[in-house]
Design a protein around this ligand. Structure first.
Ligand SMILES: *Cc1c(COP(=O)(O)O)cnc(C)c1O
Length: 438
């Protein structure tokens, strides 16, 4: 029996429409009836704030909008709503208006790394394509709080065309990630059109969709949608479960439909204080996900976007969670814990330390139980000189376009050129020596 049954009657009482059972599983009904005001939220949940509280919450809404689907709201346990993970993810908190010392409007430098509106091109071979600016539910912890719900900037056809054009003209792009907002807010027809247009670009090898619909409005995953998506393989989907209580019967059904359509499913959680900052809870969540054929992909350290300080944990909490997972459970139930580097540096993985020491012929490691062990390295290893001339190499990489220049640390490690070091800009020492040599 799903939790929503408890609320269904109540919701139909308040919402103007006649909510028969059919309506409840109709995703568009949920969008039309999504709760967007503090008073609406009180009514739907059957709670009452004091006038002072209501005023405070309404103030927060002026900066960051509220929207929650009746479905997602119905998962809230009313009796202890202040501690409820769904409530905390969907209902505004006055602390969102506090701007901390390290907060930034666009910490991931998404707008800065944008060659055309709607595209963020950060990594060499893949882009983020913002195809929708709206969501059925506005996560209070959203890293793109600055943008979502800003109705004026829903990408129009012209902007989408500019995105296609950029991808078409940039042959390095082999992976396109549709994001938003939530791409599943678009109609099936529009999504079909988008996926077809991207599919026509020869150098694009995979398309991914990032959507929270399986969590916040699983009825969006209709047979019609899935039948359409199936035509566009290879297609990957990443969703965003943060708490085990979000894995409901309806969510499971949505995930099963997607998995049955042959779509590999991943999950990106955000580590959130007071919501999921607990090793045991995270293990439960990841077990539930793999049971439903969803591979935990990333666990994000909460970004430095404005208004999120009350959600942030120290990095140590994430390491502690990883420590409790690796070795203790199936390897595919362990996500990669990442910090998305402020300033657009991209995702940086962090994890517990497993290397205890190292000599020329052995490495000392410790395992999840604390056992310290020795791995003997090979006595001889023929070091291949690699100048990236793959045609002459014995390894038989028969790829025509395999040639690419290494960058960053990979460049220092390679024999490709004679770069010895990477030096930060404005290094006084190098500036001095440049002057000396003049
Ligand atoms: C997260 C992200 C990607 C995808 O990163 P993966 O590690 O490949 O999943 C691509 N572009 C941007 C801008 C991103 O933030």
């Amino acid at each position: 029996m799903e939790v929503y049954n408890l609320h269904q009657q109540k919701l139909s009482d308040i919402l103007d429409e006649d909510s028969s059972r059919d309506d409840w599983t109709d995703w568009k009904w949920h969008i039309r009836n999504s709760i967007k005001t503090v008073a609406g939220f009180e009514k739907a949940l059957g709670i009452k704030f004091s006038d002072k509280e209501r005023k405070m919450h309404e103030q927060t809404l002026k900066k960051f909008p509220l929207a929650v689907s009746p479905y997602y709201l119905s998962l809230i346990h009313k009796d202890d709503y202040k501690n409820d993970p769904i409530f905390k993810q969907s209902f505004p908190d006055p602390r969102e208006l506090i701007i901390g010392r390290s907060d930034m409007v666009d910490p991931l430098h998404e707008d800065g790394d944008s060659p055309v509106p709607g595209i963020t091109h950060r990594y060499p071979d893949r882009v983020l394509f913002h195809v929708s600016n709206i969501c059925s539910m506005y996560c209070r912890h959203c890293t793109r709080k600055r943008k979502v719900g800003d109705v004026d900037s829903i990408p129009d056809m012209e902007q989408l065309e500019a995105g296609f054009e950029y991808i078409r003209n940039t042959p390095q792009i082999r992976d396109v990630l549709l994001s938003g907002g939530d791409p599943f807010m678009l109609s099936d027809e529009k999504l079909d059109w988008l996926l077809t247009k991207i599919g026509e670009i020869e150098h694009v090898e995979v398309v991914r969709i990032g959507t929270r619909m399986p969590v916040v409005l699983p009825y969006r995953v209709t047979d019609k949608l899935v039948n359409m998506l199936k035509k566009h393989h290879p297609l990957w989907i990443n969703t965003h479960f943060n708490h085990p209580c979000e894995v409901t019967t309806s969510s499971k059904r949505a995930l099963a439909k997607l998995a049955d359509a042959g779509i590999p499913l991943g999950n990106q959680s955000v580590l959130l204080a007071g919501i999921n900052d607990c090793p045991r809870l995270m293990k439960t969540l990841n077990h539930k996900l793999v049971k439903n054929r969803v591979r935990p992909y990333y666990l994000y350290q909460c970004d430095l976007s404005e208004g999120l300080s009350h959600f942030r944990t120290p990095v140590g909490k994430g390491i502690e969670i990883l420590e409790s997972l690796r070795g203790h459970t199936s390897g595919f139930a362990v996500p990669t814990y990442v910090i998305d580097a402020p300033g657009g540096g991209g995702k940086i993985p962090v994890m517990p330390n497993y290397i205890v020491s190292w000599a020329t012929n052995k490495i000392i490691l410790r395992n999840y139980e604390g056992v310290i062990t020795t791995y003997a390295e090979p006595d001889s290893y023929e070091c291949n000189y690699c100048d990236r001339n793959c045609e002459e190499c014995n390894l038989q990489l028969m790829e025509e376009d395999a040639e690419e220049k290494p960058i960053g640390i990979a460049k220092l490690l390679s024999d490709w050129d004679d770069t010895l070091s990477l030096t930060p800009e404005e290094n006084e020492r190098t500036e001095r020596s440049a002057n000396d040599s003049r």
